[in-house]
Design a protein around this ligand. Structure first.
Ligand code: URP
Ligand code: ZN
Ligand code: ZN
Length: 469
């Protein structure tokens, strides 16, 4: 077989929408045109009635990742199979500097595990311990290894938190070297006090989780990070924005022309804080940080997407099982059965992003099909140094393509997922729009319910400069 032809579909990019055939050769889009006559040696895929989308690019996942004493349950193999079934063909996952350890060791460790990925993967690096060696190593991986973005936590003092002076020095070096500083914006010192007060008062139920992460602490930290980035004259990116407080500061800064970018996630767009009122066994599903918020905050996120103050939808896929499974307690929310304060924070999502946003965004008229592609594929690829190889359908780009049925109605069920997680945030939700076929660099890896990819079939993605769109 010398080529692959996707015939008769509706090609959607961030800017275009037209009927065409897409010819693939050697893993790349070779030609886009009308009425190609395929030779006998061409593998033809009928896309009539289907949308032909660029593969999703998810720039926020935690696979086989340590989060405090816990460990996310998806391996690079299971997590990337789940991604593929969800129409995502490239991840930028979080490698992590071990606390008190070396950035280089963190990247080596991530590279070894990521070699089993089934879709293409790049790495951001989480910085947990700041010193001169950290800064030198960050510069080295930024320049030589294609790790062109870093995440700093303004929360979890003593475990992950980077202070303001450290943040300034990191942002300055990163900006000077063409990288992007990503921040988890929550005021860690205040949140720590609120958690301790709750526990001291015996308020250990999960319904206390959102109370100790109020929106004001997210807004304050976002504002502070923006001021630091302005001083450092460096671009920055706010991860997993959940509140109108943060959106307001981001919008204000962008209106002034400051290079501040931000993402939100499907759970903040579709779920609200009332879910914490359920019994702990159920409410535990939603212990992520920042937490789910009220409808008012949710409306601000949708407005932020409409005004481009939020430019990306990622998943923050950070899965911990609800129940302890054979692979151990540390992979589960059961670590926190005595108190929400001990519960690992994070939730799954890598497998459902595209259908959820198509159903709840495009079909409801909140966004166009072009904007859908821009938020899920094109801008993530552009902002994180993967474009034009990833994020679009264009001659010369990787043939990472999703055939998507815009009319199929189906029900989200964790039991049918490919992730190792034992629940879905969206269990029982009916959605319209389904991934039918997925091509990774021209190879079919998903065909309906069939998995045709392989562990190690993904490639490492060294990224060029980040923070520029
Ligand atoms: O609760 C969350 N978001 N867990 C994952 C780690 C992070 O902060 O992204
Ligand atoms: Zn975070
Ligand atoms: Zn995360």
């Amino acid at each position: 077989m010398t080529g692959t032809l996707i015939q008769g579909g509706r090609v959607i990019t961030a800017t275009d929408d037209y009927r065409a055939d897409v010819m693939i050769e050697n893993g790349r889009v070779h030609a886009i045109g009308l009425d190609f006559e395929p030779g006998e040696d061409v593998d033809v895929h009928d896309a009539s009635g289907l949308l032909v989308l660029p593969g999703g690019v998810d720039v926020h996942t935690h696979l086989e990742a340590e989060v405090g004493p816990a460990m996310t349950v998806d391996t690079f193999e299971s997590g990337t199979i789940a991604a593929a079934f969800g129409g995502t063909t490239a991840l930028v996952d979080f490698a992590q500097q071990p606390h008190g350890g070396s950035v280089i060791a963190g990247l080596d460790d991530w590279q070894a595990r990521a070699s089993r990925a089934c879709v293409d993967v790049g790495a951001h690096m989480i910085i947990t311990t700041f010193n001169d060696q950290t800064l030198a190593d960050m510069k080295s991986i930024l320049r030589s290894d294609g790790v062109t973005s870093f995440k700093m936590f303004m929360v979890m003092p003593g475990v992950m938190m980077i202070d303001d002076a450290e943040l300034y020095r990191i942002m300055r070096m990163t900006g000077e070297n063409g990288g992007l500083s990503c921040v988890h914006a929550e005021n860690g010192l205040l949140i720590d006090v609120l958690i301790k007060e709750a526990v001291a008062q015996g308020r250990n139920e999960v319904l206390n989780h959102p109370k100790v992460h109020p929106a004001s602490t997210e807004g304050e930290a976002a504002y502070r990070a923006i001021q630091i980035s302005k001083l450092a004259e460096a671009p920055m990116y706010v991860v997993h924005v959940s509140s109108q407080d943060a959106v307001r500061h981001i919008a204000e800064a962008r209106d002034e022309g400051t290079p501040v970018y931000a993402e939100t996630c499907p759970h903040y767009l579709f779920l609200t804080e009332e879910l914490y009122d359920a019994p702990d066994a159920e409410a535990a599903k939603y212990t992520m940080i920042p937490p789910l918020r009220s409808k008012e905050h949710q409306d601000a996120l949708w407005r932020g997407l409409a005004t481009d103050d939020l430019q990306i939808i990622s998943t923050d896929h950070c899965p911990f099982c609800l129940e302890e499974k054979s692979w151990g307690l540390k992979y589960s929310k059961a670590l926190g059965k005595e108190s929400f304060a001990q519960m690992p924070n994070g939730a799954p999502g890598v497998e459902t992003r595209l259908p959820l946003i198509y159903d709840g965004g495009v079909r409801t008229g909140r966004m166009s099909l072009n904007r859908f592609v821009q938020l899920n594929s094109t801008t993530p690829a552009k902002l994180f140094g993967l474009f034009p190889r990833k994020g679009t359908i264009a001659v010369g780009s990787d043939a990472d393509i999703v055939l998507f049925d815009p009319e199929e109605r189906w029900t989200i069920r964790a039991a049918e997922h490919h992730s190792r997680i034992d629940y879905s945030l969206f269990e029982g939700r009916e959605v319209t729009g389904r991934v039918k076929k997925v091509f990774l660099r021209g190879q079919v890896i998903v065909d309906g319910d069939h998995w045709l990819g392989r562990a190690g079939g993904g490639e490492y993605l060294p990224r060029s400069n980040s923070g520029q769109v």
